[in-house]
Design a protein around this ligand. Structure first.
Ligand SMILES: Cc1cc2nc3c(=O)[nH]c(=O)nc-3n(C[C@H](O)[C@H](O)[C@H](O)COP(=O)(O)O)c2cc1C
Length: 383
Protein backbone atom coordinates (compact mmCIF):
# COMPACT_ATOMS: atom_id res chain seq x y z
CA UNK A 1 0.00 0.00 0.00
CA UNK A 2 1.57 3.33 -1.02
CA UNK A 3 2.03 6.09 1.54
CA UNK A 4 -0.67 8.67 0.86
CA UNK A 5 0.47 12.24 1.48
CA UNK A 6 -1.55 14.38 -0.92
CA UNK A 7 -4.66 14.27 -3.11
CA UNK A 8 -2.61 13.31 -6.18
CA UNK A 9 -1.72 10.00 -4.45
CA UNK A 10 -5.42 9.28 -4.08
CA UNK A 11 -6.03 10.12 -7.74
CA UNK A 12 -3.32 7.70 -8.87
CA UNK A 13 -4.73 4.93 -6.68
CA UNK A 14 -8.30 5.61 -7.80
CA UNK A 15 -7.20 5.34 -11.42
CA UNK A 16 -5.86 1.86 -10.66
CA UNK A 17 -8.95 0.68 -8.81
CA UNK A 18 -11.96 2.25 -10.54
CA UNK A 19 -13.15 0.97 -13.95
CA UNK A 20 -12.05 3.31 -16.71
CA UNK A 21 -15.59 4.40 -17.58
CA UNK A 22 -16.18 5.80 -14.07
CA UNK A 23 -12.66 7.07 -13.43
CA UNK A 24 -12.84 9.02 -16.70
CA UNK A 25 -16.30 10.33 -15.78
CA UNK A 26 -14.72 11.99 -12.73
CA UNK A 27 -11.40 13.04 -14.24
CA UNK A 28 -12.72 14.91 -17.24
CA UNK A 29 -14.15 18.20 -18.42
CA UNK A 30 -16.16 19.22 -21.45
CA UNK A 31 -14.75 19.64 -24.97
CA UNK A 32 -11.08 20.72 -24.83
CA UNK A 33 -11.09 20.64 -21.00
CA UNK A 34 -9.52 24.12 -20.92
CA UNK A 35 -11.76 25.33 -18.09
CA UNK A 36 -11.19 22.08 -16.20
CA UNK A 37 -7.43 22.69 -16.37
CA UNK A 38 -7.70 26.43 -15.64
CA UNK A 39 -9.63 25.74 -12.44
CA UNK A 40 -6.56 24.01 -11.01
CA UNK A 41 -3.83 26.05 -12.71
CA UNK A 42 -5.16 29.46 -11.67
CA UNK A 43 -4.81 28.45 -8.03
CA UNK A 44 -1.13 27.72 -8.63
CA UNK A 45 -0.47 31.24 -9.86
CA UNK A 46 -1.62 32.79 -6.57
CA UNK A 47 1.29 33.23 -4.17
CA UNK A 48 1.24 33.53 -0.39
CA UNK A 49 2.96 35.96 1.94
CA UNK A 50 5.13 34.18 4.48
CA UNK A 51 4.98 35.69 7.98
CA UNK A 52 7.17 34.67 10.92
CA UNK A 53 7.38 35.03 14.69
CA UNK A 54 3.60 35.24 15.08
CA UNK A 55 2.17 33.25 18.04
CA UNK A 56 0.48 30.26 16.36
CA UNK A 57 -0.76 28.43 19.44
CA UNK A 58 -4.47 27.49 19.48
CA UNK A 59 -5.30 27.79 15.79
CA UNK A 60 -8.70 26.80 14.45
CA UNK A 61 -10.06 26.13 10.98
CA UNK A 62 -13.66 26.05 12.25
CA UNK A 63 -16.27 28.42 10.81
CA UNK A 64 -19.87 28.28 9.55
CA UNK A 65 -21.53 27.82 6.15
CA UNK A 66 -25.15 29.08 5.93
CA UNK A 67 -25.17 29.04 9.71
CA UNK A 68 -24.02 25.42 9.99
CA UNK A 69 -20.88 24.94 12.10
CA UNK A 70 -18.15 23.31 10.01
CA UNK A 71 -14.74 21.96 11.08
CA UNK A 72 -13.22 23.76 8.08
CA UNK A 73 -14.68 25.89 5.27
CA UNK A 74 -15.17 22.87 3.03
CA UNK A 75 -18.24 20.84 2.07
CA UNK A 76 -18.51 17.79 -0.15
CA UNK A 77 -19.80 18.82 -3.59
CA UNK A 78 -22.72 16.97 -5.17
CA UNK A 79 -21.48 14.48 -7.73
CA UNK A 80 -23.59 12.14 -9.82
CA UNK A 81 -22.92 8.39 -9.97
CA UNK A 82 -20.78 8.51 -6.83
CA UNK A 83 -21.91 5.00 -5.95
CA UNK A 84 -20.15 3.85 -9.13
CA UNK A 85 -16.73 5.10 -7.98
CA UNK A 86 -17.10 2.66 -5.07
CA UNK A 87 -19.99 0.47 -3.94
CA UNK A 88 -22.39 2.46 -1.70
CA UNK A 89 -20.24 5.54 -2.37
CA UNK A 90 -22.70 8.22 -1.26
CA UNK A 91 -23.33 6.55 2.09
CA UNK A 92 -19.60 6.12 2.70
CA UNK A 93 -18.76 9.72 1.78
CA UNK A 94 -21.66 11.08 3.84
CA UNK A 95 -20.42 9.13 6.85
CA UNK A 96 -16.85 10.38 6.41
CA UNK A 97 -18.11 13.98 6.14
CA UNK A 98 -20.29 13.57 9.20
CA UNK A 99 -17.43 12.23 11.28
CA UNK A 100 -15.21 15.07 10.11
CA UNK A 101 -17.80 17.73 10.85
CA UNK A 102 -18.47 19.10 7.37
CA UNK A 103 -21.60 18.99 5.15
CA UNK A 104 -22.12 16.29 2.56
CA UNK A 105 -24.20 17.22 -0.51
CA UNK A 106 -26.16 14.43 -2.21
CA UNK A 107 -26.70 14.78 -5.95
CA UNK A 108 -30.08 14.26 -7.63
CA UNK A 109 -28.15 11.83 -9.86
CA UNK A 110 -26.82 9.75 -6.95
CA UNK A 111 -26.81 5.99 -6.80
CA UNK A 112 -27.86 5.78 -3.12
CA UNK A 113 -31.23 7.45 -2.57
CA UNK A 114 -32.05 10.35 -0.24
CA UNK A 115 -33.83 7.95 2.11
CA UNK A 116 -30.96 5.47 2.04
CA UNK A 117 -28.33 8.09 2.95
CA UNK A 118 -30.61 9.47 5.69
CA UNK A 119 -30.99 5.97 7.14
CA UNK A 120 -27.21 5.54 7.36
CA UNK A 121 -26.24 8.95 8.80
CA UNK A 122 -27.21 11.14 11.76
CA UNK A 123 -26.14 14.65 10.71
CA UNK A 124 -28.40 16.46 8.24
CA UNK A 125 -26.86 16.30 4.78
CA UNK A 126 -27.58 18.78 1.98
CA UNK A 127 -29.50 17.87 -1.15
CA UNK A 128 -28.65 19.09 -4.65
CA UNK A 129 -31.54 19.57 -7.04
CA UNK A 130 -31.52 19.40 -10.83
CA UNK A 131 -34.65 20.79 -12.41
CA UNK A 132 -36.29 18.24 -14.70
CA UNK A 133 -39.13 18.68 -17.17
CA UNK A 134 -41.30 16.51 -14.94
CA UNK A 135 -42.20 19.13 -12.32
CA UNK A 136 -44.32 16.70 -10.27
CA UNK A 137 -41.20 14.63 -9.84
CA UNK A 138 -39.26 17.74 -8.73
CA UNK A 139 -41.92 18.61 -6.16
CA UNK A 140 -41.81 15.07 -4.83
CA UNK A 141 -37.99 15.20 -4.70
CA UNK A 142 -38.09 18.45 -2.70
CA UNK A 143 -40.64 16.91 -0.33
CA UNK A 144 -38.48 13.79 0.05
CA UNK A 145 -35.45 15.94 0.91
CA UNK A 146 -37.54 17.78 3.49
CA UNK A 147 -38.84 14.52 4.96
CA UNK A 148 -35.25 13.23 5.22
CA UNK A 149 -34.30 16.33 7.25
CA UNK A 150 -31.83 17.76 4.70
CA UNK A 151 -30.23 20.93 6.04
CA UNK A 152 -30.02 22.92 2.80
CA UNK A 153 -31.14 22.67 -0.80
CA UNK A 154 -28.40 23.27 -3.37
CA UNK A 155 -30.12 24.24 -6.61
CA UNK A 156 -27.87 23.76 -9.64
CA UNK A 157 -28.46 26.37 -12.32
CA UNK A 158 -25.69 25.58 -14.81
CA UNK A 159 -26.97 22.28 -16.18
CA UNK A 160 -30.15 22.97 -18.10
CA UNK A 161 -28.43 21.15 -20.91
CA UNK A 162 -25.48 18.80 -20.71
CA UNK A 163 -21.98 19.86 -21.77
CA UNK A 164 -20.32 17.37 -24.09
CA UNK A 165 -17.65 15.25 -22.45
CA UNK A 166 -15.79 13.33 -25.08
CA UNK A 167 -14.56 10.57 -22.78
CA UNK A 168 -18.06 9.69 -21.56
CA UNK A 169 -19.29 9.35 -25.13
CA UNK A 170 -16.31 7.23 -26.13
CA UNK A 171 -16.63 4.99 -23.06
CA UNK A 172 -20.42 4.61 -23.47
CA UNK A 173 -20.90 5.71 -19.86
CA UNK A 174 -23.83 3.99 -18.17
CA UNK A 175 -24.85 2.73 -14.73
CA UNK A 176 -24.43 -0.17 -14.40
CA UNK A 177 -21.72 -0.39 -17.07
CA UNK A 178 -22.66 -1.98 -20.41
CA UNK A 179 -20.91 -5.31 -20.70
CA UNK A 180 -19.15 -4.71 -24.01
CA UNK A 181 -15.92 -6.60 -24.64
CA UNK A 182 -13.62 -3.60 -23.85
CA UNK A 183 -15.59 -2.88 -20.68
CA UNK A 184 -15.47 -6.51 -19.60
CA UNK A 185 -11.71 -6.64 -20.16
CA UNK A 186 -11.29 -3.47 -18.14
CA UNK A 187 -13.56 -4.73 -15.32
CA UNK A 188 -11.45 -7.88 -15.11
CA UNK A 189 -8.53 -5.71 -13.94
CA UNK A 190 -10.60 -4.15 -11.09
CA UNK A 191 -11.44 -7.11 -8.80
CA UNK A 192 -11.94 -4.98 -5.65
CA UNK A 193 -14.47 -2.76 -7.36
CA UNK A 194 -16.30 -5.76 -8.84
CA UNK A 195 -16.52 -7.51 -5.47
CA UNK A 196 -17.90 -4.35 -3.90
CA UNK A 197 -20.52 -4.02 -6.62
CA UNK A 198 -21.52 -7.68 -6.36
CA UNK A 199 -22.07 -7.13 -2.64
CA UNK A 200 -24.48 -4.21 -2.98
CA UNK A 201 -27.97 -3.77 -4.44
CA UNK A 202 -27.31 -0.08 -5.11
CA UNK A 203 -26.45 0.07 -8.81
CA UNK A 204 -29.05 2.38 -10.39
CA UNK A 205 -30.14 5.99 -9.89
CA UNK A 206 -31.63 5.69 -6.40
CA UNK A 207 -33.58 8.96 -6.44
CA UNK A 208 -35.16 8.26 -9.80
CA UNK A 209 -35.66 4.58 -10.46
CA UNK A 210 -39.04 3.58 -9.05
CA UNK A 211 -40.07 7.22 -8.58
CA UNK A 212 -40.76 8.14 -12.20
CA UNK A 213 -42.88 6.25 -14.69
CA UNK A 214 -40.95 4.73 -17.56
CA UNK A 215 -37.46 4.83 -16.09
CA UNK A 216 -37.47 1.67 -14.01
CA UNK A 217 -35.08 0.06 -16.47
CA UNK A 218 -33.04 3.17 -17.23
CA UNK A 219 -29.46 2.40 -17.99
CA UNK A 220 -28.26 5.27 -20.12
CA UNK A 221 -27.35 8.53 -18.44
CA UNK A 222 -27.15 10.24 -21.83
CA UNK A 223 -30.69 9.30 -22.86
CA UNK A 224 -32.11 10.32 -19.50
CA UNK A 225 -30.38 13.69 -19.44
CA UNK A 226 -31.27 14.45 -23.04
CA UNK A 227 -34.96 13.91 -22.24
CA UNK A 228 -35.30 15.26 -18.76
CA UNK A 229 -32.97 18.16 -17.94
CA UNK A 230 -35.15 21.21 -18.41
CA UNK A 231 -33.76 23.83 -20.79
CA UNK A 232 -36.59 26.22 -19.78
CA UNK A 233 -35.20 26.67 -16.23
CA UNK A 234 -35.25 30.38 -15.26
CA UNK A 235 -35.40 32.69 -12.23
CA UNK A 236 -39.17 32.23 -11.86
CA UNK A 237 -38.50 28.55 -11.18
CA UNK A 238 -36.06 29.56 -8.44
CA UNK A 239 -38.97 31.41 -6.81
CA UNK A 240 -41.31 28.41 -6.68
CA UNK A 241 -38.54 26.06 -5.60
CA UNK A 242 -37.62 28.43 -2.76
CA UNK A 243 -41.26 28.57 -1.68
CA UNK A 244 -41.81 24.82 -1.92
CA UNK A 245 -38.57 24.06 -0.04
CA UNK A 246 -38.93 26.71 2.69
CA UNK A 247 -35.44 26.09 4.10
CA UNK A 248 -31.92 27.26 3.34
CA UNK A 249 -31.34 27.66 -0.37
CA UNK A 250 -27.94 27.69 -2.08
CA UNK A 251 -27.69 28.56 -5.80
CA UNK A 252 -24.92 26.69 -7.60
CA UNK A 253 -23.22 27.61 -10.86
CA UNK A 254 -22.89 31.40 -10.73
CA UNK A 255 -19.93 32.77 -12.72
CA UNK A 256 -21.17 36.22 -13.69
CA UNK A 257 -21.64 39.34 -11.55
CA UNK A 258 -25.00 40.03 -13.19
CA UNK A 259 -26.25 36.56 -12.26
CA UNK A 260 -24.89 37.06 -8.74
CA UNK A 261 -27.10 40.16 -8.40
CA UNK A 262 -30.11 38.13 -9.58
CA UNK A 263 -29.20 35.45 -7.02
CA UNK A 264 -29.33 38.08 -4.27
CA UNK A 265 -32.69 39.31 -5.57
CA UNK A 266 -34.03 35.74 -5.47
CA UNK A 267 -33.61 35.72 -1.69
CA UNK A 268 -31.28 32.70 -1.63
CA UNK A 269 -29.03 32.23 1.40
CA UNK A 270 -25.84 31.55 -0.55
CA UNK A 271 -24.49 31.22 -4.06
CA UNK A 272 -21.69 29.01 -5.29
CA UNK A 273 -19.25 30.47 -7.80
CA UNK A 274 -18.83 27.39 -9.96
CA UNK A 275 -18.40 26.26 -13.55
CA UNK A 276 -19.36 22.70 -12.65
CA UNK A 277 -15.74 21.66 -12.39
CA UNK A 278 -15.13 22.57 -16.06
CA UNK A 279 -17.79 20.08 -17.20
CA UNK A 280 -20.26 22.48 -18.80
CA UNK A 281 -19.14 25.64 -20.64
CA UNK A 282 -15.59 24.93 -21.77
CA UNK A 283 -13.86 28.28 -22.23
CA UNK A 284 -15.53 29.78 -19.15
CA UNK A 285 -13.25 31.56 -16.70
CA UNK A 286 -11.84 29.49 -13.82
CA UNK A 287 -13.96 29.85 -10.69
CA UNK A 288 -11.09 31.24 -8.61
CA UNK A 289 -10.73 34.07 -11.16
CA UNK A 290 -14.48 34.70 -11.21
CA UNK A 291 -14.72 34.77 -7.41
CA UNK A 292 -13.26 38.16 -6.35
CA UNK A 293 -15.54 40.33 -8.50
CA UNK A 294 -18.63 38.42 -7.35
CA UNK A 295 -17.57 38.53 -3.69
CA UNK A 296 -16.92 42.27 -3.97
CA UNK A 297 -20.29 42.92 -5.60
CA UNK A 298 -22.62 40.78 -3.45
CA UNK A 299 -20.55 39.37 -0.57
CA UNK A 300 -22.15 41.67 2.01
CA UNK A 301 -25.67 40.59 1.00
CA UNK A 302 -25.37 36.83 0.44
CA UNK A 303 -22.89 34.14 1.45
CA UNK A 304 -20.49 33.53 -1.42
CA UNK A 305 -19.15 29.99 -1.73
CA UNK A 306 -16.98 28.55 -4.50
CA UNK A 307 -15.83 25.30 -6.04
CA UNK A 308 -13.63 24.14 -8.90
CA UNK A 309 -10.04 23.00 -8.88
CA UNK A 310 -9.55 22.61 -5.14
CA UNK A 311 -6.92 19.91 -4.63
CA UNK A 312 -5.33 21.11 -1.39
CA UNK A 313 -5.89 23.03 1.81
CA UNK A 314 -3.84 25.84 0.29
CA UNK A 315 -6.45 26.17 -2.45
CA UNK A 316 -9.15 26.43 0.23
CA UNK A 317 -7.16 29.13 1.98
CA UNK A 318 -6.73 31.10 -1.25
CA UNK A 319 -10.46 30.90 -2.03
CA UNK A 320 -11.37 32.10 1.46
CA UNK A 321 -8.82 34.91 1.22
CA UNK A 322 -10.47 36.00 -2.04
CA UNK A 323 -13.92 36.21 -0.47
CA UNK A 324 -15.39 32.69 -0.25
CA UNK A 325 -17.18 31.94 2.99
CA UNK A 326 -16.96 28.25 2.14
CA UNK A 327 -15.74 25.89 -0.57
CA UNK A 328 -16.73 22.50 -1.98
CA UNK A 329 -14.59 19.64 -3.16
CA UNK A 330 -15.63 17.33 -6.01
CA UNK A 331 -12.79 15.32 -7.48
CA UNK A 332 -10.65 15.53 -4.36
CA UNK A 333 -13.17 13.44 -2.43
CA UNK A 334 -14.07 11.23 -5.42
CA UNK A 335 -10.44 10.17 -5.79
CA UNK A 336 -10.33 9.28 -2.10
CA UNK A 337 -13.54 7.29 -2.44
CA UNK A 338 -12.40 5.41 -5.54
CA UNK A 339 -9.02 4.69 -3.96
CA UNK A 340 -10.08 3.48 -0.52
CA UNK A 341 -13.81 3.89 0.11
CA UNK A 342 -14.82 5.67 3.31
CA UNK A 343 -11.24 5.65 4.64
CA UNK A 344 -10.13 7.36 1.43
CA UNK A 345 -12.66 10.18 1.81
CA UNK A 346 -11.54 10.64 5.41
CA UNK A 347 -7.95 10.68 4.19
CA UNK A 348 -8.78 13.37 1.61
CA UNK A 349 -10.42 15.51 4.30
CA UNK A 350 -7.48 15.02 6.68
CA UNK A 351 -5.00 16.00 4.00
CA UNK A 352 -6.91 19.17 3.10
CA UNK A 353 -7.42 20.08 6.74
CA UNK A 354 -3.77 19.67 7.61
CA UNK A 355 -2.62 21.70 4.59
CA UNK A 356 -5.09 24.45 5.48
CA UNK A 357 -4.08 24.53 9.13
CA UNK A 358 -0.32 24.59 8.45
CA UNK A 359 -0.62 27.19 5.70
CA UNK A 360 -2.70 29.44 7.94
CA UNK A 361 0.12 29.23 10.46
CA UNK A 362 2.82 30.00 7.87
CA UNK A 363 0.79 33.03 6.81
CA UNK A 364 0.51 34.17 10.41
CA UNK A 365 -3.22 33.62 10.88
CA UNK A 366 -5.06 31.70 13.61
CA UNK A 367 -8.69 32.04 12.53
CA UNK A 368 -10.57 31.61 9.25
CA UNK A 369 -12.15 35.05 9.77
CA UNK A 370 -8.63 36.55 9.61
CA UNK A 371 -8.00 35.30 6.05
CA UNK A 372 -8.08 38.15 3.56
CA UNK A 373 -6.21 39.31 0.48
CA UNK A 374 -3.45 40.63 2.75
CA UNK A 375 -2.13 37.05 3.09
CA UNK A 376 -1.64 36.93 -0.72
CA UNK A 377 1.28 38.36 -2.65
CA UNK A 378 0.13 41.53 -4.41
CA UNK A 379 0.01 41.12 -8.18
CA UNK A 380 -0.31 37.33 -7.99
CA UNK A 381 -4.08 37.13 -7.46
CA UNK A 382 -7.15 38.15 -9.51
CA UNK A 383 -8.96 41.26 -8.35
C1 LIG B 1 -17.94 13.22 -11.50
C2 LIG B 1 -18.65 14.51 -11.21
C3 LIG B 1 -20.03 14.51 -11.15
C4 LIG B 1 -20.71 15.70 -10.86
N1 LIG B 1 -22.07 15.67 -10.72
C5 LIG B 1 -22.72 16.79 -10.30
C6 LIG B 1 -24.09 16.74 -9.97
O1 LIG B 1 -24.73 15.70 -10.04
N2 LIG B 1 -24.68 17.90 -9.58
C7 LIG B 1 -23.99 19.10 -9.48
O2 LIG B 1 -24.58 20.11 -9.14
N3 LIG B 1 -22.68 19.14 -9.76
C8 LIG B 1 -22.02 18.02 -10.14
N4 LIG B 1 -20.69 18.07 -10.36
C9 LIG B 1 -19.93 19.32 -10.14
C10 LIG B 1 -19.48 19.41 -8.68
O3 LIG B 1 -20.55 19.59 -7.80
C11 LIG B 1 -18.49 20.56 -8.49
O4 LIG B 1 -19.05 21.74 -8.99
C12 LIG B 1 -17.14 20.31 -9.14
O5 LIG B 1 -16.79 18.95 -9.03
C13 LIG B 1 -16.08 21.17 -8.47
O6 LIG B 1 -14.85 21.00 -9.10
P1 LIG B 1 -13.69 20.01 -8.56
O7 LIG B 1 -14.12 18.63 -8.94
O8 LIG B 1 -12.51 20.47 -9.30
O9 LIG B 1 -13.60 20.17 -7.06
C14 LIG B 1 -19.98 16.89 -10.67
C15 LIG B 1 -18.59 16.88 -10.75
C16 LIG B 1 -17.92 15.70 -11.01
C17 LIG B 1 -16.42 15.70 -11.05
Amino acid sequence: MPVITHIEDLRVLAKKRVPRMFYDYADSGSWTESTYRANEQDFQAIKLRQRVAVDMEGRSTATTMVGVPVAMPVAIAPTGLTGMQHADGEILAARAAERFGIPFTLSTMSICSIEDVAAHTQAPFWFQLYVMRDRDFIERLIDRAKAAGCGALVLTLDLQILGQRHKDLKNGLSAPPKLTLPNLLNLATKPRWCLGMLGTRRRGFGNIVGHVRGVADMSSLGAWTAQQFDPRLNWKDVEWIKKRWGGKLILKGIQDVEDARLAVASGADALIVSNHGGRQLDGAESSIRALPAIAAEVGSRIEVHMDGGIRSGQDVLKAVALGARGTYIGRAFLYGLGAMGEAGVTKALEIIHKELDLTMAFCGRKRVAELGTDILLPGSFPT
